[in-house]
Structures are given as C-alpha cells and as structure tokens.
Design a protein around this ligand. Structure first.
Ligand code: NCD
Ligand code: ZN
Ligand code: ZN
Length: 383
C-alpha cells in the first residue's frame, strides 16, 4: 500500500500514560477493547491503564487479567499501573515486588491519595528500590471533600462548596519531598494549578526525580466551562481559572510539565446527567487530545510542534520504561499520521469510546490523527 502523506505528519505512535479503561468492573462505561478503539482513533498506540477498577488492580491476578485482555482484545498496546494500597484505600501496601514482576509499569494511589505518612514513606522507599515510578494523583481528600468545581467565582455562583487549589498543592509538595528523601521517581498526574507547576519547577531545579503531566482540558478550559457544560466539565482536579491555564501552558513550554496525558475517564450519560453534586468526576479524552494540543498550544505559538509530539510520544514512553519507546532495528512499527490542517467539529456520537462525556462537543478543532498503525497493523484509517 502506498500512502500519500503530502502535508501530513508521520510520527511515532502516540503514548498516553493516564487512561481509565474501567475493566474489570464498569463495562457500561468502557472496556479494554472499546478504550483501545478510542485510543487508536485518537492516534494513540500505547496506553497505561489506571487501577481504579473493581476490583482495583492491586493483585497479580487482576493485573494479569488486564494485561492478558489487552493482548487478546485491544487494538493498541495496553500497559498497566498497579495500586499502591489494597483497594486504593490507603491502609495497607500491596505486594509491589510481585506487581512489578508481573509487569506493572508504575505504582499509583490513583484517585485517592494515600494520607498515612508512614505508608507513603514505605511506598516511596520500595519504589526507589525497585526503580518503578510512582504516579501520584495529588489530592488531599480531606480538603477537597464535597466540592465539584474549582473554589472561586463560578463555584460560588453555582452554590458548590468548591475544591481549593491547596488540596492539590499540599500533596504535590509532600510527594516531591518524599521523592527527594528516598530517591524514588515521582510522576505527578494532571497538574492543574499555577502553584503546583511552580512547586514542580523548583523540585526539578533541586534535582528531584520528578516528572509531571498536563491534560488537554487543563490547558484549554477554565472553570467557566461549567456554566455551559455543567457536569460534563466536572473533573478531578477541577478546571481552574485563566491564570492557572496559562501556568500549565507555560509549564509545558519550559519543560516543567514533561508529558501531555489525557486522563481519559469515561462515564455513562446517565451518570453525567445527574445534578452537578452527584455526577462523577472525569471526561473522555483520547479522541480529542491531538486536536486540542494543536489548537490550544501549537497553532497559537505556545508550544513547538516538535515539543508537542515529544510530549505525546518519546517522553511519556521513557518515563514509564515502555518497550514502544525503544528504537530497535526489527521492532514492528507503531506509527501515527496526523493531518495538522484538518478542521473538524467534535461530535461525541462518533466517538469509538463507549462513553460520550466531553465538554468539547461542538468545538471546532484544527488537527486530527487520521491513520494509526500498531505493531505493523493499521488499526485506524480515515485517509
Ligand atoms: C478519574 C476517574 O473517573 O477514574 N476521574 C477524574 O475526574 N479524573 C479519576 C482520576 O484520575 O482522578
Ligand atoms: Zn487522578
Ligand atoms: Zn485519572
């Protein structure tokens, strides 16, 4: 087959190190197969799944189930993180040695930061010993409890108690100190506040082994989105204000935020249709990430195209030590073709994901993944 790629970008397959594929436990939201279809349609050839499934990915058995299902049913490479504590409850450390042996690429407190300092300390020590990065969700759940949106003008207007920035920043600061103390590699997920970005910048300057990610919704939208999108704009950590968005963009531009990751978090329309306070947090992101990266960052001149592609490919791959990040002669190719000029309107009915929870529906984007090859097989093609 000959492909005319005139005017198109041929890049290494994109890598998303933060997705929620909901299997086992919530097949109505997403399965590993449908999540992988969504990834392929978004140009992603490798993903790292988060363990807030049911049961959570806290035993070798469940981890092996996810990896096996990925191999058997997914159109893309499926890697997995493992829960740092049983049930993600923060009371007892999981068997990190065995989970690493079984293929976990990172340990995480996913969605519910471990609060007991003894336990956090032990987890960081173990992660340092095993040289496995810790992916930290960074949220003090005592502080953020009860809120749905960033605490500010909009939350007050909508009668929501609000989520203070401090709830995120306290744990970012804490975890950077634990990483500094133990030598563990720390990866901070979905950074949303200006001071959070600054804490990471300072940690890096001190030589702490800390990396971090920015999510498309956090570099594109502010909390005002909730005024029109309601619970579709409800996500953890919340959409913040213009100043925070600018800081996340600046952090991506100066390398403080190493990676663009989607935090693809599918939920059913029934759940998202509930009143704001009762609707779950999260939005799908795999199929809009390329468009948002080009539209919000590259076309406005905030991030070079090369940096954008690196943050979606080689950098996340290297952080998680994925084989797809290796350049080896004879390795079957993971390749993505992006049409940078393609203008399109987000239509959530067309998503390959099982879920449609996005605040970007109807938004006009410029740039789209149009062809995806995984291990030498074409898994998505709209050329
Ligand atoms: C995620 C989910 O739904 O699993 N939700 C979210 O708002 N981001 C959990 C998480 O990453 O915190
Ligand atoms: Zn999270
Ligand atoms: Zn997440």
């Amino acid at each position: 087959q000959v492909i005319d790629a005139t005017g198109l970008l041929v890049v290494p397959g994109l890598v998303d190190i933060h997705v929620h594929f909901r299997d086992p436990g919530f097949p109505d939201k997403e399965t590993i197969a449908t999540g992988a279809q969504s990834a392929a349609a978004g140009g992603f050839t490798s993903v790292v799944c988060m363990p807030n499934t049911k049961p959570s990915i806290d035993t070798v058995e469940t981890l092996e189930y996810v990896l096996r299902t990925g191999r058997e049913q997914a159109a893309v490479h499926v890697y997995s993180s493992a829960a740092m504590t049983y049930g993600l409850e923060g009371t007892e450390l999981t068997d990190l040695d065995s989970l690493k042996q079984a293929g976990a690429v990172t340990f995480t407190d996913d969605g519910r930061s471990v609060m007991d300092p003894q336990l956090v300390y032990a987890a960081f020590q173990k992660a340092a010993e095993l040289d496995v990065p810790i992916s930290s969700h960074c949220e003090d759940h005592h502080l953020v409890k009860g809120g749905s949106l960033n605490r500010g003008e909009v939350s007050r207007q909508l009668g929501d108690p609000g989520i203070p920035r401090l709830g995120e920043e306290l744990i970012i600061a804490r975890d950077i100190l634990f990483a500094e103390e133990t030598g563990a590699r720390l990866h901070i997920q979905h950074v949303s506040t200006a001071r959070g970005v600054q804490l990471i910048r300072e940690g890096k300057a001190r030589g702490v082994k800390v990396t971090a990610e920015g999510a498309p919704h956090h570099f594109t939208l502010t909390d005002e989105q909730a005024l029109t999108s309601g619970s579709m704009a409800k996500v953890n950590p919340p959409l913040r204000t213009r100043e925070d968005v600018e800081a996340v963009i600046a952090g991506l531009a100066d390398g403080t935020l190493d990676v663009i990751a989607t935090d693809h978090a599918p939920h059913t329309l029934e759940e998202k249709g509930r009143p704001l306070a009762q609707a779950p947090f999260g939005m799908v992101g795999l199929e809009t990430a390329v468009g948002l990266t080009l539209t919000s960052l590259v076309y406005p001149g905030r991030l070079s195209l090369m940096d954008a592609i690196s943050k979606l490919t080689v950098i996340p791959s290297a952080i998680m030590g994925l084989p797809s990040g290796r350049l080896e002669v004879g390795l079957a190719a993971d390749v993505t073709i992006i049409d940078p000029q393609k203008e399109w309107i987000v239509d959530s009915d067309k998503f390959k994901s099982k879920s449609r929870n996005t605040p970007f529906a109807g938004m006009k984007l410029k740039g789209k993944a149009v062809w995806t090859m995984v291990h030498g097989d074409v898994v998505y093609n709209e050329l």
